[in-house]
Design a protein around this ligand. Sequence first.
Ligand code: HEC
Ligand code: HEC
Ligand code: HEC
Ligand code: HEC
Ligand code: HEC
Length: 437
Amino acid sequence: MKKKYIVILIIILIVFFAWRFLRPMNIFVVDDRFAWPVDTTQAPAVLGNLSAKECGACHEAFYKEWQTTIHSQAWTDPYFQTDWDFEDRRYVCRLCHTPLDRQQPHKVLGYRDTDKWDPILGDNPNFDSKLQHEGVTCAACHYREGKIVGVLGTTNAPHPVKKLNDPNQVCVRCHVVEGDRWDTFFRFPPCGTVAEIGSSAAQPLSKDTLNVLATLQPLKEDADIFAQMTKSRSALLKGSSGEVAVTNTSSLGCVQCHMPLVNRPLVEGGKVQQTRHHYWRGGHDPDMVKKSLSVKFVERDTNNKNKRRFSLTIANTGASHYVPTGTPDRYLLVRLRALDSAGNVLEEKTEKLIRTVMWRPFIVDLWDTRLPRWQPQTYSIDVDDNGKTVSVEVLVRYHLLGERRRKRINYKNTTPIAYDVFQQKISLAGKLKEAKQ
Ligand code: HEC
Ligand code: HEC
Ligand code: HEC
Ligand code: HEC
Ligand code: HEC
């Protein structure tokens, strides 16, 4: 009798786990914030078909900048398209990558499931495939309920304007979303958006950390980013934790770092005023990634007489979220190498700075070796002190996605998927051991 129950129990368990492995995986919760396309039925005639070109007829400089951005490619981006195919062309992906109702071939009438992964779709006579190809177009950020939203409160626009108190409100819809599910042991936002911005800011910095940070060299300085980081650091040192709450969007700083200030008119011939660049540089831009990092590569003391130790200290000093952030595909590779006189590698150490997620049978955040802000990490290599090693070098490389993932989804990239952000060589020839720190 007892045996029978055990067998039944085992069968139930097997079926359960088989289901966990085979079921379509909903890796995130479809939050109400992006569950519905942006309703554009009340768009005034002056905005025409809501295309970026239409806005560009008056706001040319903004249009030209936007055209160079990944936002304008959020739909056409071949990496997105390949990934979307791989994910069975889920409808939900459209809600951020092409958020306007007219950009979507169907209307979302409702959802069949509580997770909102199975939308009830209807015909959409207003579907505009040209607009779809504009991805995160001007109206995706600026159009709400018949009006253009902006922070300036202009009164002389030919279109209705609604004043926003804080420009960061615009980014939250797609970039700062969370998810809670019974079967995820952590919150996983779609495309790994930067919700982590809150968790990385919880504690004030210790004196030791501040001392280490002071010795590091920024890879690339940026006055706007520096000001934003200093602002949030002084808030931290005061022990304020208020800045991390997503409800308080003004402290997120997305716009301050990703849309640098520039003086210019809004329309040709208009009044010159303080505006913001529409570039949104991120992981696709080596210079932007460099702005997030400070480093130091030196020889250090070691207790072992026969060895010499070389260390890279690296910190995220230019982004309030983790580096890398965004999709869990992104990672940094730190490679340390000792070379002999012929250039042969005598010793090599590599470290992957990545978020590692177990997807099945349950979604679990296994570990995370990325760089939270202001938390310096040190990676070292020990080399034999026998004269064979003539140089030690370090390479930091940024990966948009890994080679394995690229192959798995069959993404045939035409642009590089990785690039170097930092490289340095210490030559040991003729250098004695005392040149240490
Ligand atoms: C026919 C010309 C015209 C078109 C088309 C147009 N705009 Fe404007 N827009 C203006 C003018 C003029 C102003 C006010 C300029 C000023 O105050 O110097 C303005 C102001 C703005 C502002 C500032 C709002 C604020 O107060 O913060 C934003 C944002 C904006 N437009 C976005 C857009 C977008 C997005 C589109 C397309 C969907 C668009 N505009 C289409 C002429 C136009
Ligand atoms: C309608 C949704 C949406 C909104 C609103 C939005 N974004 Fe994005 N953003 C995206 C998508 C989608 C991508 C990725 C596009 C791709 O690579 O396919 C992206 C990419 C980015 C990138 C990465 C660039 C890179 O090189 O990888 C940055 C930075 C960024 N957004 C900043 C912002 C900021 C700042 C705001 C607020 C002013 C904002 N975004 C508002 C959807 C949005
Ligand atoms: C990813 C979101 C996003 C997209 C896409 C976007 N904007 Fe903006 N735009 C903003 C934000 C945020 C501000 C407010 C910046 C600030 O604080 O001044 C802004 C401000 C403006 C302003 C007012 C001047 C200024 O800088 O404050 C104009 C005009 C404007 N945008 C036009 C456009 C046009 C035209 C397009 C498309 C070609 C466009 N925007 C696309 C987010 C966006
Ligand atoms: C203090 C400056 C700073 C603030 C504040 C900041 N960022 Fe960033 N962000 C950066 C830097 C520098 C990078 C480049 C390093 C990287 O890609 O990890 C970056 C990268 C990104 C990327 C690119 C990720 C990718 O995969 O390519 C996105 C998306 C992004 N930020 C969005 C945001 C959003 C949304 C906010 C607000 C919630 C925000 N950032 C706040 C500085 C900042
Ligand atoms: C909540 C909004 C949202 C939803 C829903 C969403 N994305 Fe994204 N996606 C983003 C944002 C924001 C980024 C930019 C983050 C970054 O740069 O790392 C992005 C970036 C990406 C990228 C990286 C593009 C690049 O050029 O590096 C891919 C690929 C992608 N998304 C695929 C998908 C797929 C497939 C789905 C549906 C399963 C989906 N996304 C659903 C917001 C979303």
